[in-house]
Design a protein. Structure first.
Length: 130
């Protein structure tokens, strides 16, 4: 509501005074009649400076079985998070190894990709899926 999104960096950075101010003016309570854990539903109610109240209900969060997130978005999230700890070449290698797990006979490709990340140089070819 303050910055337009919440990312890992939001929590890694020093607290933003505007976010802290909003948090101090916020509260929550258990939603009556919720269906957790089958559903992750919520109601948000906001009181504006003029006293007007607005609310919005979410019956199912993005990423739930009935509101799946697309492959492109999942891969983008993986890349963004992995880039916090891995060099760019390592992100691609680890991602390729993860995407190949369904056909792999073991975890050798993935563990090799993860071990290489700290050695400064990635394998020149993609690791074998065996």
């Amino acid at each position: 509501m303050v910055t337009g999104g919440v990312e890992v960096e939001t929590f890694a950075a020093p607290p933003d005074p505007a976010i802290v101010d909003l948090a101090r003016r916020s509260g929550w309570h258990e939603m009556a009649g919720h269906r957790f854990p089958e559903r992750f539903e919520a109601v948000v109610e906001v009181e504006l400076a003029d006293g007007t109240r607005q609310h919005h209900r979410v019956d199912s969060v993005r990423g739930a079985p009935d509101r799946p997130i697309g492959t492109t978005e999942v891969l983008a999230k993986f890349r963004a998070n992995a880039a916090r700890a891995l060099p760019e070449a390592a992100v691609d290698t680890v991602l390729d190894a993860c995407l190949g797990l369904d056909a792999a006979t073991g975890l050798n490709a993935l563990t090799a990709a993860l071990r290489c990340q700290g050695q400064g140089e990635m394998p020149r070819t993609r690791p074998s899926l065996t």
